[in-house]
Design a protein around this ligand. Structure first.
Ligand SMILES: CC(C)(COP(=O)(O)OP(=O)(O)OC[C@H]1O[C@@H](n2cnc3c(N)ncnc32)[C@H](O)[C@@H]1OP(=O)(O)O)[C@@H](O)C(=O)NCCC(=O)NCCS
Length: 186
């Protein structure tokens, strides 16, 4: 039901922020291009603890957005966005593994700074875990900077366990930083 509505492009869930603004969760659309480009570039500017560290052009982002839409439609991945007052303020995804890892999904998530600590991250993960069954997944893995205490706190709360640590995997603000590997069974 949830997943069918998601595939149809409907809002599948909504919450209120601390300021009482309504946030809707739905699949990304072509018309979100400008908003998604700003969302990503704001995370880059903030030096958020994510892999991407270079601003994206609208043209590059168009290619990526088309890919997201196509992979959602083909039930290959799940790209979910959070919209508030017509703007995209968060994106989270589950990427389906290939070949012998078709039952494994990898989680990615981001929320615009202004909207953090309102439960958007938590709602994203809950929705993605629910919908993952439709991709026939039974295991979710993720990597997170060891210093990213907000994200690690959220993942633990959502049932993820730490299973390992890779030293110096990420170059961030002039230093090599460790990355944690976490997983959750579905
Ligand atoms: C990680 C991120 C997605 C969390 O999003 P969010 O919308 O702020 O998360 P939520 O408001 O749903 O927080 C959920 C829970 O996380 C936990 N949490 C949040 N901050 C925490 C902290 N500093 N320490 C421990 N736990 C924390 C809390 O348990 C919180 O639940 P509660 O509000 O019921 O107490 C957000 O901080 C973000 O986008 N950061 C920048 C990008 C990024 O780091 N992405 C992750 C890459 S791996």
């Amino acid at each position: 039901m949830l997943y069918n509505d998601f595939l149809k492009g409907k809002n599948i869930y909504s919450i209120k922020t601390k300021n009482g603004e309504k946030v809707n969760f739905r699949a990304p659309r072509k018309s979100d291009l400008d908003s998604i480009t700003s969302y990503i570039n704001n995370l880059v500017e903030e030096e958020a603890m994510i892999l991407v560290n270079k601003k994206v052009s609208k043209e590059n982002e168009r290619t990526y957005l088309n890919r997201m839409i196509k992979r959602n439609k083909n039930k290959e991945d799940i790209f979910l966005c959070a919209e508030c007052q017509g703007k995209i303020i968060g994106i989270a995804s589950i990427g389906k593994g290939r070949y012998r890892e078709k039952h494994v999904g990898s989680l990615g998530i981001g929320v615009s700074m202004k909207y953090r600590h309102s439960g958007i991250g938590r709602a994203f993960i809950k929705l993605l875990l629910d919908m993952s069954k439709n991709l026939k997944l039974n295991l979710i893995t993720l990597e997170v900077f060891k210093k990213n205490l907000n994200a690690i706190g959220l993942y633990k709360k959502m049932g993820f366990k730490k299973v390992g640590e890779i030293p110096q995997k990420i170059y961030y603000k002039g230093k090599y930083e460790n990355v944690l590997i976490m997983y959750r069974e579905l």
